[in-house]
Every structure is written in structure tokens, then in C-alpha cells.
Design a protein around this ligand. Structure first.
Ligand SMILES: Cc1cc2nc3c(=O)[nH]c(=O)nc-3n(C[C@H](O)[C@H](O)[C@H](O)COP(=O)(O)OP(=O)(O)OC[C@H]3O[C@@H](n4cnc5c(N)ncnc54)[C@H](O)[C@@H]3O)c2cc1C
Length: 457
């Protein structure tokens, strides 16, 4: 055990203004977007590699945990300091260090907000496709540590597909460079090991990311269905026909009605589901694809809207964008799961969740990245009623069982963190879990990086 006394040493090492210890300041670094809470003894606002090294050395010598933190939008407790210690915040390491237009890549500090990189790339007619819905707040470091997915995954893939190299610090304070950031091409590329490591294997200090040519045009379509099965059949027929939309989102009636009430837009009567699509590419290609898709959907949906200009597209996106804020207001408690199944089993999963919902007498709005079989399941409950809370937890376990039974995973994109750690053995063998624990012990033998998360120590 350690006390607050050594913090004086850390303050001296870091200089003024970088170490927060006041309870009201620490409160801000005690949670993420889950209901999990931690009790940090200090938060360090790192500004340089030297700040990171001094903090790591200080913590290792005293056996103090370090929890790296980007923007705290995580949905699995990754940046919650569940075992106390030091929260290492990257909000001040937020510079886009380089955009190489000719070779189409960027080098950034981990604290860069995702949408800032997207905008900077766009100024050079380049495109950074990973697009988590939290992109206006989330950081690149957090995206890489969670291997974040998002709205454009169906066509463009997840964050990991764009990571060219990582500079990271290990628990001894040594700095390593992988992939494109390495000077030595002959080494094994450890980049994939670090992507999705949830702050548990090393601390990212710099990240190189692939950029691609920006599409010239984008069209958005919204298709309203009066039946859930028709919506999933519509999604399947799009994919069966060989189309690869950049966005392919499913939204159920409950999520739609919360959002429409919140933003003051009326949904057409009899709506059971909305499918939101985007296609992008060259002008002629997009015009052709969008009208073909509209025709294809016209058979199954009772209303299809299309827009290619920014204003019209913005209107079609309103209902999707309104979901998260509307659900927060809807109930005092919410468990947000991101289960994923092979896409062909999505309807079966949705039907199983409807049964779980009625068994536990809960409200469970659903929406998600249907193209990837990724479903956001929001279990609403009354946070001041322990019976309601217990029902929500039990329902969430049943949802995991149903998902695994369909060959799926308990997390499609939000990560394991501390929220889902106890359920990992439900889907992974003991052998795999213990192998992962050995990897963790090799890179972090003292177990100071983000203990209590994904890897067993
Ligand atoms: C409204 C909303 C919508 C969302 N939509 C999506 C979505 O579409 N797709 C999706 O995948 N997720 C989504 N998320 C979840 C979340 O935004 C992502 O997981 C995101 O990647 C977290 O980024 P962050 O900067 O907030 O990281 P944090 O929450 O601060 O941390 C996440 C993890 O990254 C680690 N970490 C942070 N910085 C570093 C570093 N420098 N070195 C090593 N480890 C580090 C932390 O220790 C932690 O384990 C959403 C969340 C919200 C609230």
C-alpha cells in the first residue's frame, strides 16, 4: 500500500500544473461512459514523453497502477481506475504532428480528437475512415486501444485497419516503435498486438495512421419498414446483390421513438425499423448506386428517402444521431451492450432479445452497425430500484448467452475492460485466456498498466 506522501515527489518530477490531486478534480477522472467508478489518488496531465517516463518510473518503483485515459468515452470501463492509483490523461498531447499528403499517412499524438484528424485530412482531400459515433470527443489513443469500430466499418473496416505503427512506452520506461514508425524494417511488427490492448500492455505516445483518397460524393438513404423481418431481409438483399454501402445502420422502433421525441421529428406511422445507408465514391458511381439501392429498397420498405447534398443528408442523419442523447434521458439506469453475431443471425438475435425483454419486463431499444452484425442493446432500468437493476444485469447475461449461442461475441467494438471481464471465459477457452495473461506478464511483469481490465494479471 502507498499513501499520498510520495505524490510530492511526483509533483517535483513533473513540475507545476500537471498533477491533479484535489478530490473535485479527481472526480472528473474517476469514470467513463459506463456506470463504473474508480477512486484515483492522482491524475497526471502528460505533455511529453519525459512526463510519461517519469510517471511510469515513479509508479513502477512503488507498485502504483497507471490507467491511461483518452477522452473517457469508453463503454467498457477501460479508463476507469478500478484499482486506484494514477490516471494518465492524454488530453494535452493532442497534436497532429504530420500529414504526409503524397504518401497518405498521418502521425499524431494519442490525445488528438478523432474528428480533428478527419477534418485535418479532409483539408488535403484525404480521408480517415474510422468513424465511431463518439468521434467528436473520443481520442485516437482510445480508438486504437479499443480498436474502435463505427458507422463506416462495413466498407472501410475498423481502426486497426488504419494503424501503420505505434510508438509506446513499456513499464520500464523504455520506448519502442513498431511498424511504420520503426527504423528497423526487419523486426516483427508488434502493431497488431497493441491495437485493442486497452491500455494494459503499454502506453501509446505516437501513432501513425493510413489515410486514403477522399470520396468525391456521398449519398444517404433512409428506408422505413413496417416489420423488423422485412428490414433485415432488406439488409440481406442489399449485401446479396453485391453492394458495399459505407454505412448500413439498423434502428428499431424503440430507439427511433426516443430519438424522434428528443429532437422533435415525427416518424412515419407504422414504423417498426429504419435502415440508414450511405454510398460514397466518384460522382457518377454514387448517383448510379444510390438510385439502384433506392429501387431495390422500394420493394420492401414503405418509404425511402435519399439525399446527396449536405443539408439533406444531415436531416436524414438526425434520427440516428439523436439516439444516444435521447436514451440517456429516458431512464435513470442503462446498460449499453455491443454484442455482435454473424450478420445472417441478426434477426434471430433481435428476436431472442425481445423475449428476454418481456421475460424481465424491461425496455430494450436496439440499433447498430447491421452491416457488421454489430448490435447496440440498451437495457433501461430504474437505478434507484435494486430489483430493476438486478433484472437488467440478469437480462444482459442472457443476452450474452444468446449471442454466444449464435456464434457471436459479447463485444463487437467497445472492448472488454472491467465491464465484461468476468464474461470473457464464456466465449474464450481457458488456454487462450492464460496465453493472453502470459503476454501481459511479459510486457508488464509488475502489473501496473491498467490492472483489473481485459487481461488477468
Ligand atoms: C455516444 C457514444 C458513442 C460511441 N460510439 C462508438 C462507436 O460507434 N464505435 C466504437 O467502437 N465505440 C464507440 N463508443 C465507445 C468509445 O467512444 C470508444 O471506445 C473510443 O475508442 C474511446 O476513446 P476515448 O478516447 O474516449 O478512450 P477512453 O475511454 O479514455 O479509454 C479507452 C481505453 O483506451 C486506453 N487508452 C487511452 N489512451 C491511451 C494511450 N495513450 N495509450 C494506451 N492506452 C490508452 C484506456 O486505458 C482505455 O483502456 C461510443 C461511446 C459513446 C459515449
Amino acid at each position: 500500500m502507498w499513501t499520498k506522501d510520495p505524490l510530492r515527489t511526483l509533483r517535483r518530477l513533473l513540475g507545476k500544473g500537471r498533477l491533479l490531486t484535489a478530490p473535485e478534480e479527481l472526480l472528473l477522472y474517476s469514470f467513463d461512459a459506463t456506470t463504473l467508478r474508480g477512486a484515483p489518488l492522482a491524475a497526471v496531465m502528460v505533455e511529453s514523453i519525459e512526463d510519461i517516463r517519469r510517471t511510469v518510473n515513479f509508479a513502477r518503483e512503488r507498485g502504483i497502477p497507471i490507467t491511461p485515459r483518452g477522452s473517457g468515452t469508453g463503454l467498457s470501463g477501460g479508463s476507469v481506475p478500478v484499482e486506484g492509483g494514477i490516471v494518465m490523461s492524454f488530453e494535452r498531447m493532442n497534436s497532429i504532428m504530420k500529414i504526409d499528403v503524397e504518401n497518405r499517412f498521418a502521425v499524431v499524438q494519442p490525445g488528438v480528437v478523432t474528428s480533428m484528424l478527419q477534418e485535418a485530412a479532409a483539408r488535403h482531400s484525404l480521408f480517415y475512415p474510422p468513424d465511431p459515433s463518439s468521434c467528436n470527443v473520443s481520442s485516437i489513443g482510445g480508438n486504437v486501444a479499443e480498436n474502435a469500430g463505427g458507422l463506416r466499418c462495413f466498407k472501410y473496416g475498423v481502426t486497426g485497419h488504419y494503424v501503420l505503427g505505434i510508438e509506446f512506452m513499456d513499464c520500464k520506461g523504455d520506448l519502442y516503435r513498431t511498424g511504420a514508425l520503426s527504423d528497423d524494417d526487419s523486426e516483427p511488427d508488434l502493431t497488431p498486438l497493441l491495437v485493442g490492448s486497452e491500455g494494459s500492455l503499454g502506453i501509446f505516445t505516437r501513432i501513425a495512421l493510413r489515410l486514403i483518397k477522399a470520396p468525391r460524393k456521398t449519398a444517404t438513404l433512409s428506408a422505413y419498414f413496417d416489420d423488423t423481418l422485412k428490414a433485415f431481409n432488406g439488409i440481406e438483399s442489399i449485401i446479396e446483390s453485391g453492394y458495399v454501402p459505407s454505412v448500413l445502420e439498423y434502428i428499431d422502433r424503440k430507439a427511433l421513438s426516443a430519438s424522434s421525441e428528443h429532437i422533435g421529428i415525427t416518424c412515419p406511422e407504422h414504423t417498426e425499423a429504419l435502415v440508414l445507408l450511405e454510398v460514397d465514391g466518384d460522382d457518377a458511381e454514387v448517383t448510379k448506386l444510390a438510385s439502384e439501392l433506392q429501387e431495390l429498397l422500394n420493394g420492401a420498405a414503405f418509404q425511402v428517402n435519399m439525399a446527396t447534398d449536405d443539408k439533406g443528408r444531415g436531416l436524414l442523419w438526425q434520427l440516428r444521431r439523436g439516439i444516444s442523447p435521447s436514451l440517456i434521458r429516458l431512464s435513470s439506469g442503462k446498460i449499453h451492450e455491443d454484442v455482435a453475431v454473424p450478420r445472417g443471425s441478426l434477426y434471430e438475435l433481435v428476436s431472442a432479445i425481445r423475449e428476454i425483454e418481456s421475460e424481465y419486463k424491461l425496455e430494450i431499444p436496439m440499433y447498430g452497425h447491421a452491416g457488421d452484425g454489430n448490435l447496440h442493446v440498451v437495457i433501461l432500468y430504474n437505478a434507484i430500484d435494486s430489483i430493476s437493476e438486478k433484472s437488467a444485469t440478469e437480462a444482459s447475461k442472457d443476452i450474452f448467452r444468446a449471442t454466444i449461442g449464435l456464434g457471436g461475441t459479447i463485444t463487437g467494438e467497445h472492448g472488454i475492460g472491467s465491464a465484461k471481464r468476468e464474461y470473457l471465459p464464456w466465449q474464450q477457452s481457458e488456454a487462450v485466456i492464460s496465453l493472453a495473461a502470459r503476454v501481459k506478464r511479459t510486457l508488464d511483469p509488475e502489473g501496473i498498466f491498467n490492472p483489473g481490465k481485459i487481461f488477468s494479471n
